[in-house]
Design a protein around this ligand. Structure first.
Ligand SMILES: Cc1cc2nc3c(=O)[nH]c(=O)nc-3n(C[C@H](O)[C@H](O)[C@H](O)COP(=O)(O)OP(=O)(O)OC[C@H]3O[C@@H](n4cnc5c(N)ncnc54)[C@H](O)[C@@H]3O)c2cc1C
Length: 527
């Protein structure tokens, strides 16, 4: 069976393509001044020392009907962290001192009742975990002071039933993207939710972190894709009536979207499906600058056309993306568009596609044709593997994201970029790029990537300086601290400020469902 890397992206043995790695390192060697001295590979698993587990895992195992408990070193190390830059830099250096005491692989949802009551009785923290791809410290166990049990849900991975007439499907929460897609395909259906972490993240994790996929401009974020939800909390099961819409009280599925494991364990959801598209139309336009491209995007959306994919790469991101894939860069910002249809909707979508192209041309865009989009899509899923390569050379590399109104978009874009560049260039070489990843009638999200050469041993310090500068600027200039990564532990300082008046509601919910605070304590907010 393939094992996930405990200190990087993907499965063991998977890597960023070697030939391209060499080229990238050569470019960075001259640009960032990297030398042999900077080489800092990861420690081996054998070099990490683990304290003995502090929970009676054998007692727990006896209480469970089907699920299994592990205290193996690999399981405890893998499950100590998510996949943020901070997580990986700490794992690779072997400096994490506290690990989960045990990991339970849940194979039957009824076992969850036993697990939660065991945790309550023994004063053990329970961290629900899907794919473990959180980039905000959502599954980090290091800071939890009590003993910790991680609850891995990836064996709960079945499509339970499908209603092909209503286009809905009841799905277990631990299913990963490709497996879900494969099971729904048997019924001619698809969810069309494609986050960059698609291959490894799970339905439950998407809901718990309010994930957005690259087709969100048409299909919405994950919270728009669920019709009902089932959650097991320390105080029992919460399940809403499964109908397309209701006015029977507050919206229960939405109350759990973004709950990041602090209220209970999401075990199932009924998702809204689509017929598998049979036709795809894609194109790309180059604009003189980012602002003009954003204005074109706003006009498209305000014409009531919602292309499934609409992304804008700013000038710097467009340049780097061209360099990485060996295409010439002739300046400007790149707007990517993707439409899809089934046979019945083809004519409508074709009209939308043509209208969108006309808007782009009228707004100053130059048609670059289909190829650009296809290139970009391949790179999209490869990019996370590149981070591991760069980390070998003391390069800090990370992404962060926000959203705001159309009126404030360019102002926020500039302020955050300036703050990040100031943090980087005051001490080293590096760069900041940005793209618009999701668009709405009222605004859009901004997704920044940054890289910077760190002094050996000072990687985390530099990362935090840049991350903090960006987050302070986001918070000061009208952006949300997260559009789709969540709060976790890393965004808590800024979330506190943003959530201020709603904290009374959230804390009330938390205390009523989890009065002993065993569920992922310390994530989202402190109580
Ligand atoms: C390279 C990379 C690319 C990414 N790209 C995207 C992207 O394009 N779009 C996007 O939205 N995000 C992206 N992310 C972030 C991450 O993949 C998402 O937050 C995703 O939703 C997490 O899903 P997961 O199954 O891995 O959850 P985990 O990381 O396991 O958990 C995330 C949070 O949800 C909780 N949780 C997980 N499962 C459950 C459950 N069943 N019940 C209750 N709580 C639960 C956990 O306790 C934790 O707080 C990316 C991350 C990486 C590393």
């Amino acid at each position: 069976m393939k094992r996930l890397k405990w200190n990087g992206w993907g499965y063991e043995g998977e890597e960023f393509p070697q030939d391209r790695t060499k080229k990238i390192i050569e470019v960075l060697r001259s640009f960032l001044g990297i030398s042999e001295d900077d080489f800092s590979p990861s420690v081996n698993l054998e070099q990490i020392n683990l304290p003995d587990p502090k929970i009676d895992y054998q007692l727990l195992q006896r209480k469970l009907k089907v699920s299994s408990v592990s205290v193996e070193k690999y399981d405890r190390v893998l499950n100590s962290s998510g996949k943020s830059y901070k997580n990986l830099v700490r794992l690779r250096k072997g400096i994490i001192k506290k690990f989960p005491d045990a990991v339970v692989y849940v194979k039957d949802k009824n076992d969850i009742f036993e697990i939660l009551s065991f945790c309550e009785n023994e004063k053990i923290a329970c961290v629900p975990r899907g794919g473990g791809t959180s980039v905000v410290g959502g599954v980090d166990t290091e800071e939890i002071s009590s003993p910790v049990l991680v609850c891995d849900l990836t064996y709960l991975n079945k499509v339970v039933d499908v209603d092909t007439k209503s286009l809905t499907s009841r799905v277990q929460a631990g299913v990963r993207g490709p497996n879900l897609e494969e099971q729904l395909r048997n019924y001619g259906l698809a969810l069309r939710h494609y986050p960059q972490s698609f291959y490894f993240s799970t339905l439950g994790g998407w809901i718990a972190a309010r994930s957005a996929g690259h087709f969100s401009s048409r299909y919405g974020k994950i919270e728009d894709m669920i019709q009902s939800i089932e959650v097991i909390t320390p105080r029992g099961i919460v399940k809403n009536f499964d109908v397309p819409s209701t006015a029977c009280g507050p919206d229960i599925p939405r109350a759990f979207a973004g709950s990041e494991g602090i209220l209970g364990i999401i075990t199932e959801a009924v998702v809204k499906c689509h017929k598998i598209p049979t036709k795809k139309f894609s194109t790309a336009f180059v604009f003189p600058d980012f602002e003009t491209a954003c204005e074109a995007a706003r006009r498209i959306i305000h014409s009531e056309i919602f292309p499934p994919l609409l992304r804008i790469l700013d000038e710097r991101e467009h340049m780097i993306s061209s360099l990485l894939s060996g295409r010439p860069y002739e300046g400007g910002s790149l707007l990517l568009l993707g439409f899809e249809s089934d046979d019945e909707t083809e004519n409508i979508v074709r009209i939308e596609f043509e209208k969108t192209s006309q808007i782009c041309i009228k707004s100053g865009g130059k048609d670059e044709g289909k190829m650009r989009f296809e290139d970009w899509k391949k790179e999209y899923f490869e990019q996370p593997y590149l981070r591991d390569v760069l980390m070998d050379f003391c390069i800090v590399v990370d992404t962060l994201e926000t959203a705001t109104s159309w009126s404030n978009l360019i102002n926020l874009y500039r302020k955050v970029k300036e703050a990040m560049e100031q943090a980087i260039f005051s001490e080293t070489l590096g760069g900041v790029t940005c793209r618009v990843t999701h668009v709405y009638t009222t605004g859009a999200s901004l997704y920044y990537s940054f890289f910077a050469k760190a002094q050996k041993g000072k990687e985390e310090e530099l990362w935090w300086k840049i991350k903090k500068s960006a987050s302070d600027a986001i918070s000061s200039y009208g952006g949300t601290i997260s559009h789709h990564h969540g709060v976790g532990r890393d965004h808590k300082i800024w979330a506190q400020k943003e959530l201020k008046d709603s904290l009374v509601f959230l804390k009330g919910l938390k205390l009523s469902l989890d009065p002993k605070n065993i569920m992922n304590p310390g994530a989202v907010f402190d109580i």
